[in-house]
Design a protein around this ligand. Sequence first.
Ligand SMILES: [Fe+2]
Length: 215
Amino acid sequence: MKNLNRREFIKQAGLVTGSLILFPAAASCSYKSLSDTSEIIRIRPSGWNPVLYNKNRGNAGAIPKSYLDDINGPDGETKHIGKHLPYIPEIDPSIIPKGFVPIMWGNPEKGYFPHPNAGTDGSSNSGGHWYNRIRIRKAVRWCAQTSETVFNGWPEIKPGDSGSYAVFNRGEITDKQGIKTIYMVMLPPDVNPGDTIRIQADCLQHGQYIDFVTL
Ligand SMILES: [Fe+2]
């Protein structure tokens, strides 16, 4: 990588990153902060168990109280936590916008239920049911940029949104309660093919979930 001084680096980053958050090095990038248990895990440890991690984090406040019986219940892994974990679907690469990664939730190959989506038309969930904020950070111990992609509605893209939707395979985005929805999510510019990224995603109905995927 080119050796940039900090001012040049910020200037460069600013050219391409309207929604990037540059965390001050001293505040959140020191090794000391890694021992702070309140901080979200940064790298995928060996034996990473996203179901257990999100169950514990959910019970500690990241998941609404009204959903805790479900995540702690007998179907919690597949129907509730697994349903909210991200994966990268195999799709035609030509439909992926440059600098974005396609994300779906609830990988059927792992036995998880697919995550449905609903708008605010009152059909199933009055408040709507989709991921409205997705943050991505390269999974490294050291400083990294975080991208934040916002979705203010579903199934349409709204003013101010920074991502886009696509449909898996064929059909309409609203088919099968929206389970075919692909979220096109912005990558930070310091991420390259082969990197592992941390995804921090907020479901409007069911709280925040953390997991890692490798590009
Ligand atoms: Fe959900």
